[in-house]
Design a protein around this ligand. Structure first.
Ligand code: HEC
Ligand code: HEC
Ligand code: HEC
Ligand code: HEC
Ligand code: HEC
Ligand code: HEC
Ligand code: HEC
Ligand code: HEC
Ligand code: HEC
Length: 490
C-alpha cells in the first residue's frame, strides 16, 4: 500500500505540474473531469490526511500482495489460497476478485471480522459487487449493470465536492469546485431504499444537486412516530423527518420573533458563523442546510464535530449563565441542559445532582444510531421482543416491564402534578380578576411557580431527564401556590 500511495501521489504532482504549465488547454482535453483524490493531496494536505485515515478513505483498498490482506497470518491454508485471488478489500474485511474477461468483481468465500479478529464464511460469496453494492461505496458510480468502473474506488474528495479538473486547471479557483454543507451530499449514500429509476442506489448525483429533485428519485418515507426500525443506512431518511431536518428551518421561518441570532442553533450556516464569532442575518427566502450531518460530524476525519459529552447541550439549553436561574414571570425555552444537570429553576430551589449525570444525551436518544433522536420506550407496545429499548444497555438487570414502569411513574407523577398546580393558578387568577389583591410577595410566589411549571415542561421529557429535580421544583411550586391560594381564594 505504501508503495502504491507514493506512486499515486507522484502522479498527482505530475498532474498538477502539467496542468499548471501553459499546456493547460491541451491538457484539459486529455484529463478526465474526475481526477481522483490523489490529485488534491498537494494543495490540501491537511484535509487529505484526515480523510485518508477515515473509513471513507480506506473503503476500497487494492491488494497487490498478500501482505495487503488484513488478518492474513490468521487464515488457514484453504482460506489463504482463496484470498490470494483478491484484487480489493472492501471496508477492511470483504474481498473481491476480478474476472478479467467481464471486468466484474465478485465476493470471495471468506470475510475477516477486523474488530474481533477472526475469519468466517461470507454469506454473499459470488455476488457481483458492481451489480449489488458498489454505488454507495465508491465515487461516481454508474447505474447498476451499466459499467464496472466508477471514477474512483473508494469515497473520494469528488464524491462530496464534485469533479475536480476545472478547479485544478485554474490552480484552485474556489468557484470551480462545490462546497455544500447540506445533508443531501451525505444522503446520496447514507440512505436506505432511496432509489433512482428502480436502481439499487442513487446514481448520477452531483454535490450541487438537491437529492430529492433528481429525476426519477423515489424516496422511502420514514414515519417519525413509528417505533424506530434499527436497520442499516437509513440515516438520511431519519434525519429528514427528525426535528433536525426541515422542521428546524420551517418552524423558524414561521416564527414572528425569528432573527439572525436564532440561526446559531437552527442551522449549520449559523453554527459555522458562531464558531467564528460571527453572526449572519436571517433571510426568510434563503435556503439553509438545517442541522445537517456536518453540524455533528467532521466531513473528513468523520469524528464528532463537538465534544461527545456536550454535543447536544450546545443547542438544547436555555442560555442561562452557569449558576443563574430563570426570571420569575418569564417563559423559559428548552432548558434541557440546565434541567438535566439539576439547576436553573426560579426561586430558592437548591440544585440536585442527576442519577444519569454521566449518561450522554445520545446514549438514550440514539440507540443503535437512530437519527430520529427518539427514545425507544421500554413500554412501547410495538417494540419487537428482541429489539433493544433505550434503557436496556445499562439496565439489563431489570426487566423491560420494570424499566417501563419507572419511566411511566416519572412522567405520570410530573404531568398530573403540573395539571393540579395549573388548576390552582387558574383559581388564583380568577380570584384576582374578581377583585382580590396580591401582596408583592404573593405576586412573586405566583410568578415563580408559573415560570417553574413552564420550566419543567419546556425541558421536554416530562420529568424523565431528572426526576429528583422535577419533584423538588413541583413541591416548591405546590407550597407557594397553596399559600397564595389560601390567602386569596375564598
Ligand atoms: C464525505 C464528504 C467529503 C469528502 C469525502 C471530502 N470533503 Fe472536503 N468538505 C466537505 C464538507 C461538507 C466541507 C465543509 C464543512 C467543513 O469545512 O467542515 C468540506 C470542506 C473542505 C475544504 C474547506 C473549504 C473551506 O474553505 O472551508 C477543503 C479545502 C476540502 N473540503 C477539501 C477536500 C479534499 C482535498 C478532500 C479529499 C482528500 C475532501 N475535501 C473530501 C465534505 C467532504
Ligand atoms: C444504498 C447505499 C448502499 C448500498 C447499495 C450498499 N451499502 Fe454498504 N454501506 C452503506 C453505508 C451508508 C454504510 C455506512 C454504515 C452505516 O450507516 O450503516 C455502509 C456500510 C457497509 C459496511 C461496513 C459496516 C458493516 O456493516 O460491516 C460493509 C461491509 C458494507 N456496507 C457492505 C455492503 C455490501 C456487501 C453491499 C451489497 C450487498 C452494500 N454494502 C450495499 C451504503 C450502502
Ligand atoms: C493547485 C492547488 C490545488 C489543488 C491541486 C486543489 N486545490 Fe482546492 N483549493 C486551492 C486553493 C488555492 C483554494 C482557495 C483557498 C482555500 O480555500 O484554501 C482551494 C479551495 C478549495 C475548496 C473550497 C472552495 C470554496 O468554495 O471555498 C474546496 C472544497 C477544494 N479546494 C477542494 C479541492 C479538491 C476536492 C481537490 C482535488 C480534486 C482540490 N481542491 C485540488 C488549491 C488547490
Ligand atoms: C459515496 C458514498 C458516501 C458519501 C457521499 C458519504 N458517505 Fe459516509 N460512509 C459511506 C460508507 C459506505 C461508509 C462505511 C465505511 C466503512 O464502514 O468501512 C461510511 C461511513 C461513514 C461514517 C462512519 C465512520 C466510522 O468511523 O465508522 C460516518 C460518520 C459517515 N460516513 C458520515 C458521512 C458524512 C457526514 C457524509 C457527508 C459529509 C458522508 N458520510 C458522505 C458512504 C458515503
Ligand atoms: C441556544 C440554541 C437556540 C437558539 C439560539 C434558538 N433556538 Fe429555537 N430551539 C432550540 C431547540 C434545542 C429547540 C427544540 C426544543 C425542544 O423540542 O425541546 C428549539 C425549538 C424551536 C421552535 C419549535 C418548538 C417551539 O418551541 O415551538 C421554534 C418555533 C423556535 N425554536 C424558534 C426560535 C426562535 C424564533 C429563535 C430566535 C429568537 C430561536 N428559536 C433560537 C434551540 C435554540
Ligand atoms: C445532532 C447531531 C447529529 C446529526 C445532525 C447527525 N448525526 Fe450521525 N451521529 C451522531 C452521533 C452522536 C452518533 C453516535 C456515534 C458516534 O459517537 O460517532 C452518530 C452516528 C452516526 C453514524 C454511525 C457511526 C459509527 O461509528 O458507526 C453514521 C454513519 C452517521 N452518524 C451519519 C450521519 C449522517 C449521514 C447524517 C446526516 C444525514 C448524520 N449522521 C447527522 C450525531 C449526529
Ligand atoms: C446545532 C444545534 C443542535 C444540536 C447540536 C442538537 N440539536 Fe436537537 N434540536 C435542535 C433544534 C433547533 C431542534 C428543534 C427544531 C424545531 O422543532 O424547530 C431540535 C430538536 C430535537 C429533538 C426533537 C424535539 C421535538 O420536540 O420534536 C430531539 C429529540 C433532539 N433535538 C435531540 C438532540 C440530541 C439527542 C442531540 C445530540 C446528539 C441534539 N439534539 C443536538 C438543535 C440542535
Ligand atoms: C436517561 C435517558 C435520557 C437521557 C440521558 C437524555 N434523555 Fe432526553 N428524553 C428521555 C426520555 C425518556 C424522554 C421522553 C420521551 C417520551 O416521552 O417518549 C426524553 C425527551 C427529550 C426531548 C423531548 C422530545 C422527545 O423526543 O420526546 C428532548 C428534546 C430531549 N429529551 C433532549 C435531550 C438532551 C439534549 C439530552 C442531554 C442533555 C437528553 N435528552 C438526555 C431520556 C433521556
Ligand atoms: C448509558 C447508561 C444508562 C442508560 C442508557 C440509562 N441509564 Fe438509568 N442509570 C444509569 C446509571 C449509571 C445510574 C446510576 C447508578 C445506579 O443507580 O445504578 C442509573 C440509575 C437509574 C435509576 C435509579 C434511579 C434512582 O432514583 O435510584 C433508574 C430508575 C433508571 N436509571 C432508569 C432508567 C431509564 C428508565 C432509562 C431509559 C429511559 C435509563 N435509566 C437509561 C445508567 C443508564
Amino acid at each position: 500500500m505504501k508503495k502504491a500511495l507514493k506512486i499515486a501521489s507522484l502522479l498527482g504532482l505530475i498532474l498538477v505540474a502539467l496542468l499548471a504549465s501553459n499546456l493547460v488547454s491541451a491538457a484539459k482535453k486529455q484529463v478526465p473531469e474526475y481526477v481522483g483524490s490523489q490529485a488534491c493531496l498537494g494543495c490540501h494536505a491537511d484535509r487529505w490526511s484526515s480523510w485518508a485515515g477515515s473509513h471513507h478513505g480506506t473503503m476500497v483498498l487494492p491488494i497487490n500482495d498478500p501482505s495487503d490482506i488484513p488478518g492474513y497470518d490468521k487464515a488457514t491454508e484453504e482460506q489463504k489460497e482463496e484470498l490470494r485471488k483478491a484484487d480489493y478489500v472492501i471496508s477492511g474485511g470483504r474481498f473481491v476478485a476480478k474476472d478479467h474477461e467481464t471486468g466484474k468483481l465478485s465476493f470471495l468465500k471468506f470475510e475477516w471480522h477486523h474488530d474481533e479478529g477472526y475469519w468466517a464464511e461470507y454469506d454473499d460469496a459470488g455476488v457481483v459487487w458492481q451489480d449489488r453494492c458498489m454505488g454507495c461505496h465508491v465515487t461516481g458510480s454508474p447505474k447498476a449493470g451499466l459499467g464496472n468502473e466508477p471514477t474512483e474506488f473508494g469515497i473520494g474528495c469528488e464524491a462530496c465536492h464534485g469533479a475536480g479538473r476545472d478547479h485544478i486547471t485554474s490552480k484552485g479557483d474556489p468557484s470551480k469546485i462545490t462546497l455544500n454543507v447540506s445533508s443531501d451530499v451525505c444522503g446520496q449514500c447514507h440512505n436506505s431504499g432511496y432509489t433512482r429509476d428502480g436502481n439499487r442506489w442513487v446514481y448520477g448525483y452531483r454535490p450541487a444537486d438537491k437529492l430529492l429533485e433528481l429525476d426519477g428519485i423515489v424516496p422511502k418515507p420514514i414515519d417519525p412516530n413509528a417505533t424506530p426500525n434499527l436497520g442499516h443506512h437509513k440515516t438520511y431518511g431519519e434525519w429528514m423527518v427528525s426535528g433536525h431536518g426541515q422542521k428546524a428551518i420551517n418552524d423558524l421561518k414561521a416564527n414572528d420573533h425569528a432573527s439572525g441570532a436564532c440561526l446559531e442553533c437552527h442551522t449549520q450556516e449559523g453554527k459555522e458563523a458562531a464558531d467564528h464569532d460571527e453572526t449572519i442575518t436571517l433571510d426568510k427566502n434563503a435556503e439553509y442546510a438545517a442541522i445537517s450531518c456536518v453540524t455533528c460530524h467532521r466531513p473528513h476525519g468523520l469524528g464528532l464535530a463537538m465534544d461527545e459529552k456536550n454535543l447536544c447541550a450546545t443547542c438544547h439549553n436555555a442560555s442561562l449563565a452557569e449558576g443563574t436561574t430563570v426570571k420569575p414571570g418569564s417563559t423559559p425555552h428548552h432548558p434541557t441542559k440546565e434541567f438535566f444537570q439539576g439547576w436553573g429553576a426560579a426561586g430558592g430551589i437548591t440544585s440536585t445532582g442527576n442519577v444519569h449525570k454521566d449518561v450522554t444525551c445520545q446514549e438514550c436518544h440514539m440507540q443503535n444510531n437512530n437519527h430520529l433522536m427518539k427514545v425507544i420506550r421500554p413500554d412501547d407496545p410495538n417494540l419487537n421482543e428482541d429489539s433493544a429499548d433505550s434503557c436496556m444497555v445499562c439496565h439489563s438487570d431489570a426487566s423491560r416491564e420494570t424499566r417501563g414502569a419507572y419511566l411511566d411513574m416519572w412522567q405520570e407523577f410530573t404531568s398530573s402534578k403540573i395539571e393540579t398546580l395549573r388548576a390552582d393558578v387558574t383559581a388564583i387568577e380568577a380570584a384576582v380578576k374578581a377583585g382580590a389583591t396580591l401582596t408583592a410577595d404573593q405576586k412573586l410566589q405566583l410568578d415563580t411557580a408559573k415560570t417553574n411549571l413552564l420550566y419543567v415542561e419546556a425541558d421536554g421529557s416530562m420529568g424523565a431527564h431528572n426526576f429528583d429535580y422535577a419533584a423538588k421544583i413541583l413541591a416548591a411550586a405546590q407550597k407557594d401556590l397553596s399559600a397564595v391560594k389560601a390567602a386569596v381564594v375564598k
